[in-house]
Design a protein around this ligand. Structure first.
Ligand SMILES: [Zn+2]
Length: 132
C-alpha cells in the first residue's frame, strides 16, 4: 500500500492509516477544511432559534411564581364582606398557575427542539467526515 506523509509532523504512515501514528492528525482531509466545518457547526449551535423561546419560558415561570409569592392574600377572615376580595385572590392564583404552566411547556418544548437542533448541527459534521 502507498505510504502517506503527515502534513502536520511529516511522519511516514502506512497507506491504510486514517490518523497519523505519530501525532494523531487526520491524513485524508485538509486541516483548513475541518476547521471550516467546525466553525460552521459552532455558528449553527450559537444561532439556535430555541434559545429566545427558552428564555421567554423561564421568564414566564419566574413571573408566575413571583407574583403568587409577592401578592398576599386578603387580610381578615372569609366573611360576606371580604368574600369578593378572596374570590379575586383565588382568580389571581389561577392566572399565576396558568402563566407557570405555559412557561414550563414553552421551556420544555424549546429545550427539546434546541437539543435536536444542536444534534443535527453535530451530525452535519460527521456526515461530511464520512464522505471524505
Ligand atoms: Zn503526524
Amino acid at each position: 500500500m502507498e505510504k502517506k506523509i503527515c502534513s502536520k509532523c511529516g511522519a511516514e504512515n502506512p497507506g491504510g492509516n486514517l490518523l497519523c501514528k505519530n501525532c494523531g492528525e487526520e491524513l485524508y482531509r485538509p486541516r483548513v477544511e475541518r476547521e471550516e466545518e467546525e466553525q460552521e457547526t459552532i455558528r449553527r449551535i450559537k444561532s439556535n432559534p430555541a434559545i429566545p423561546w427558552m428564555s421567554i419560558g423561564c421568564i414566564l415561570v419566574i413571573v408566575g411564581l413571583g407574583l403568587s409569592i409577592v401578592i398576599q392574600p386578603p387580610s381578615g377572615e372569609y366573611t360576606t364582606t371580604t368574600a369578593k376580595e378572596w374570590e379575586t385572590y383565588a382568580d389571581f392564583l389561577k392566572y399565576c398557575s396558568i402563566i407557570n404552566i405555559i412557561g414550563l411547556l414553552l421551556f420544555m418544548v424549546a429545550t427539546i427542539y434546541g437539543m435536536s437542533w444542536n444534534a443535527d448541527a453535530i451530525r452535519m459534521i460527521y456526515s461530511k467526515i464520512k464522505k471524505t
